[in-house]
Design a protein around this ligand. Structure first.
Ligand SMILES: Cc1cc2nc3c(=O)[nH]c(=O)nc-3n(C[C@H](O)[C@H](O)[C@H](O)COP(=O)(O)OP(=O)(O)OC[C@H]3O[C@@H](n4cnc5c(N)ncnc54)[C@H](O)[C@@H]3O)c2cc1C
Length: 382
């Protein structure tokens, strides 16, 4: 049984690793991605705020050496879910089972003025370029804003506002600066009221302006103002934006999407096409777009494929995810939320601590160890 995995992000890497761990050389997995390596979303913040360097957070796919797995670096140009076949710039590939894990594409150019007058911090290029911009920042009004929904990792804009405050404070620039956070949501993390309360208290304590339920529609680079959907405006000296998210064009063109994303069975992650699954940000499964959820969904699909290959049963998706939240001052909080269709999300929250910062570090290094078979130093001191 050949398994064709489209996309080597959080979902694709976890799926491939599980299949290889369980089936060894009997696995027949082809993993396709256009990039030459993987970067964690949270590593983008680490680079941007000068805690590490781009080279230290880039994990080369060429280093993947796993029994039963072949990595192909190629751009997928079309997907035929009926035939379970893709065309790529390296030729066609077919699978008995296909798993679409192509994530969400980011479009800074879709927000007028963002490329010319602001900075996006969600793309690798945008976040890495911000490292120099923030290093040279001399104070002023910094606005962190979201330009559309849905967007990945809903806590990331809040983390960014807190880390901007931290950076300005450490450099003695906070007194002559303002930090504002503009979000389309009523509270910072709607599925977790207790984490939202902790964040709102932290914003208040640090003098970070909180502007809920507002979307930035455009920037006017000449006047240095962000323009909202109702035509009201907010001035900025430095704008840090979350860009528009869309399913990759190749997914939209495949006919698999409904309202922009791939619908799946929330328990099995099956699409409406037989033997075609989808996991992670590319789906509309009902969990937030975050790596931990992509990973949990990939585990369920892996178990189903292993059960099919070896016999036995597999469990359904439980909707659970753990998210680490940067509060600044080298402290990290933890949110644990479970999403079950038809129920309100439920979970726990742990206050920021240095111990949780270490746990977040281990979250990253343990994945790199399993996915790439090597140790990782996220924050080299050199
Ligand atoms: C600033 C920031 C901070 C974040 N922090 C966290 C965090 O702390 N915790 C967390 O859980 N999540 C976090 N996230 C979110 C997380 O990065 C994503 O939700 C996660 O990567 C989604 O996994 P995925 O497998 O669905 O897609 P991705 O990881 O995005 O992988 C998709 C892959 O598909 C490939 N691809 C796309 N189109 C094509 C094509 N046509 N041909 C070939 N390959 C293609 C891409 O190159 C990519 O490698 C953060 C995101 C950002 C931006």
């Amino acid at each position: 049984m050949r398994v064709l995995v489209l996309g080597a992000g959080f979902g694709g890497l976890e799926l491939t690793t599980r299949l290889s761990e369980a089936l060894g050389d009997d696995a027949d997995v082809v993993l396709v991605d256009q990039a030459d390596g993987f970067v964690f979303g949270f590593s983008k913040l680490d680079v941007m705020f000068g805690r590490t360097i781009p080279e230290a957070v880039h994990h080369r796919y060429a280093d993947i050496v796993k029994p039963g797995v072949q990595f192909v670096q190629a751009t997928i140009e079309s997907i035929d879910p009926q035939a379970k076949r893709v065309e790529t710039d390296a030729g066609p590939f077919e699978g008995d089972v296909v798993v679409v894990a192509l994530g969400a594409d980011l479009h800074p150019e879709a927000t007028p003025g963002l490329v010319e007058g602001g900075h996006d911090f969600y793309t690798e290029a945008g976040a890495f370029a911000l490292r120099d911009v923030l290093a040279g920042l001399d104070g002023g009004r910094v606005v962190v804003g979201v330009t559309s929904t849905p967007f990945k990792c809903p806590p990331a804009p809040s983390e960014t506002a807190l880390l901007v405050h931290d950076l300005l404070s450490r450099r003695g620039l906070r007194d002559r600066s303002e930090v504002a956070l503009v979000m389309p949501l009523p509270v910072p993390i709607p599925p977790s009221p207790v984490a939202s309360q902790a964040l709102l208290a932290a914003f208040e304590e640090r003098g970070i302006e909180w502007h809920p339920q507002r979307l930035v529609r455009s920037l006017d680079p000449d006047r240095k103002v962000a323009v909202f959907a109702d035509d009201t405006e907010m001035p900025y000296d430095l704008f840090l934006g979350v860009p528009v998210h869309r399913a990759p064009e190749v997914v939209a063109a495949s006919g698999m999407t409904v309202d922009g994303w791939i619908p799946v069975d929330p328990l099995t992650l099956e699409t409406s096409y037989p033997d075609v699954y989808a996991v992670g940000d590319v789906t509309s499964v009902g969990t937030p777009k975050a790596g931990v959820f992509a990973e949990g969904q990939a585990a369920v699909v892996a178990d189903a494929i292993i059960a099919r290959s070896r016999g036995g049963d597999s469990a359904g998706y439980d909707g659970r995810g753990i998210c680490y939240l940067e509060f600044g001052d080298d402290r990290v909080a933890k949110v644990d939320v479970t999403f079950v269709a038809g129920q309100a999300p439920f979970g726990d929250y742990e206050d920021p601590s240095e111990a949780l910062a270490a746990a977040k570090g281990e979250f990253g290094t343990s994945r790199i160890r399993r996915w790439f078979g090597r140790d990782w130093v996220a924050h080299p001191t050199a």
